[in-house]
Ligand binder design. Sequence first.
Ligand code: NAP
Ligand code: MN
Length: 266
Amino acid sequence: MSRKKICVFSNETELSLETRELLLKAFAEAGYEVSEKYGEDAELIVCVGGDGAFIKALHLNGFPDIPFLGINTGHLGFFQEFFPDKVTDIIDDYRQGKYRVQKYATVKAEISAKGVKEELPALNEIVIRSYDSYTIHLNISIGDSFIERFSGDGICVASSAGSTGYNYSLRGSIIDPRLKVLQVTPIAPMNTTAYRSFTSSLILPSDLYLRVTPEEGYEKIRVVTDSIDRSYEKVKEIKVKLSEKEVMLLRFENYDFWNKVKTKFL
Ligand code: NAP
Ligand code: MN
């Protein structure tokens, strides 16, 4: 029987690279095959860095169906479970199965523009905004119902996992990731006698989607998935939905979402 395989990714900071070496060595000593490259046959992906490193690993590897374990050497490290000093304990607990797998719902954007039909995934959020610094005007529907003509900088559609990211800075609500909802938060909405837009977040159930069509003259749009930017010309429609794809993260004994929120935010 072939040995069980673990992939270890890291960003390029000195501490991350050191920690990666430590992990590769410790997992190899524990009898695992280790690799710094992504392999579909891995049973676990260990990601060393901050949230950015974890998000990058997801996007580069097509949101793999393999559980991740995050080691925090970054700034915030909201998704990560441990600091590098715990490497030995982590491997012991992992081998003894002392963990659970937390599943995070992800979001996707279905974009149709002239000559383009594309689907983009994101863990945290999908942002639809103007390609420059001018106001954008968008027609917003929820499912089949037209809701508003939005005017402002754009719209952020966050997953529950992303509710503590950009969404939170936009004064959106923090959502427990066990809830599968979409949070639609306006970015600098205009509210004058000339323009009227909702100023608070709207929270949608998992079977509804958000549909955006640009008003005439505003068809050039930027779509941002977890901070990755793309611009589209002649956009016809963008739908944002919860995706069937889930991201899995290992959670050990002491993990509690609300405790994490408290220690990272207050
Ligand atoms: P970044 O610009 O370094 O990220 C900004 C901060 O957000 C970092 O401290 C990052 O943690 C943290 N973060 C990422 N996802 C989070 C989450 N789900 N909950 C709480 N904090 C989170 O870029 P990045 O590291 O590649 O992360 C991309 C994310 O940054 C985007 O998806 C978006 O949510 C967020 N963002 C926030 C703002 C804002 O608040 N004004 C603007 C743009 C993007 P680490 O320090 O551990 O990397
Ligand atoms: Mn970062």
